[in-house]
Design a binder for this molecule. Structure first.
Ligand code: ATP
Ligand code: MG
Length: 326
């Protein structure tokens, strides 16, 4: 495995009884870069993170992290990585400072060193004011920042972040993105999982889209959009009852799968011939007697890309969350 990779995994398979959580996937993170594993609930994201961080073993396949094989050299791997698990790992009954000092001591630092490292991280993650309060009283955003600080205590070279911003309100999410961006600038290699396209687009150099344990697309945000065929024809129908008919018509015109966005009464399909496709779509919709409110040529958003790849919205469960932040 070349040194240029902080994470290099090939053919990972993991089964839970009859359920295949990972069905043979390849992941890599180039040293000093960020790879996002993007996928909906149950896609296999945590399963992948657990294998790469030695918490669980693959049934098939091989993975190297920070230059060591996770199966044969788990201790070497553990010494070099930080993990912010999906479920917070800090102790709610301790203060933020106590948590970080305790971790430092676990990593065999002397008490003095553990204390100064904790102070450094508390400042860096804007937790000075809350440092000596019990974590149980922290907001969601503060807790996630502490999680992140905790992964960094021992100066890891590879960071694993399992859904670092899930459950945070938009402001807390933005704050955390800022913190993550600074980390990345410093050259830490990061593998993060997310259900948010915007997060992947904003933080990652490489995006790997998984669903049902399989990779369904990969590339940077631009490539992912291009892969789906660039321009899309976007039709808004007057009568929601005609959405299905409109999808059938658009599929015939484009020769591609048309996706329905019921909430906006829209049907979307790749438009390989650009404006020509629009003209033919207008004619076919007219011939089918489907009244159209809007018909346009658009670049897909990443959300639409995801919908087209997986047949389901990325953030189907992205409901309201309690206020976090400061
Ligand atoms: N310990 C387990 N026992 C049985 N099935 C499991 C176990 N862990 C995961 N699975 C199953 O494997 C699949 C992948 O789960 P995983 O937790 O990796 O998904 P995920 O992408 O992390 O989802 P989420 O976004 O909800 O965290 C799911 O169908 C899940 O039910
Ligand atoms: Mg998970």
């Amino acid at each position: 495995m070349p040194d240029e990779y902080a994470v290099y995994a090939r053919g990972l398979v993991r089964r839970y009884g009859a359920k295949t959580a990972l069905a043979g996937v390849d992941f890599e993170v180039k040293t000093g870069s960020v790879t996002a594993i993007l996928g909906p609930n149950g896609a296999g994201k945590t399963t992948a993170v657990r294998i790469l961080t030695t918490l669980s073993e693959a049934d098939e396949g091989e993975a190297t992290v920070a230059g060591f094989n996770v199966r044969t050299h788990p201790h070497e791997v553990r010494r070099r990585i930080g993990l912010a698990a999906q479920d917070a790992t800090v102790d709610p009954l301790l203060t933020g400072r106590e948590n970080l000092v305790m971790l430092g001591e676990l990593y065999q630092m002397g008490r003095g060193e553990a204390k100064s490292r904790a102070a450094e991280l508390l400042t860096e993650f804007s937790l000075d004011d809350a440092a000596d309060r019990k974590v149980a009283g922290y907001s969601g955003g503060m807790r996630r920042r502490l999680d992140l600080a905790a992964t960094l205590v021992a100066h890891p070279s590879v960071l694993f972040l399992d859904e670092p911003t899930t459950g945070l309100d938009p402001r807390a999410r933005n704050e955390l993105w800022g913190v993550l961006a600074t980390l990345v600038e410093r050259g830490t290699s990061v593998l993060l999982t997310t259900q948010y396209l915007e997060e992947a687009e904003r933080l990652a150099d490489e995006i790997i889209v998984i669903d049902h344990g399989r990779i369904i697309a990969r590339g940077d945000a631009r490539q992912l959009k291009r892969e789906i065929g660039g321009d899309h024809v976007h039709v808004v129908v007057v009568d929601p009852a005609r959405l299905n008919d409109a999808a059938v018509t658009l599929s015939e015109v484009t020769g591609a799968h048309a996706v329905i966005e019921a909430a906006t009464r829209a049907v979307i399909a790749p438009a390989a011939d650009g404006v020509q496709t629009i003209v033919r779509a207008a004619q076919a919709l007219g011939a089918a007697g489907i009244a159209v409110e809007d018909l346009s040529l658009r670049q897909p958003t990443l959300d639409e890309v995801f919908l087209e790849l997986t047949g389901q919205p990325a953030n189907a469960d992205d409901a309201g969350v309690p206020a976090g932040g400061r």
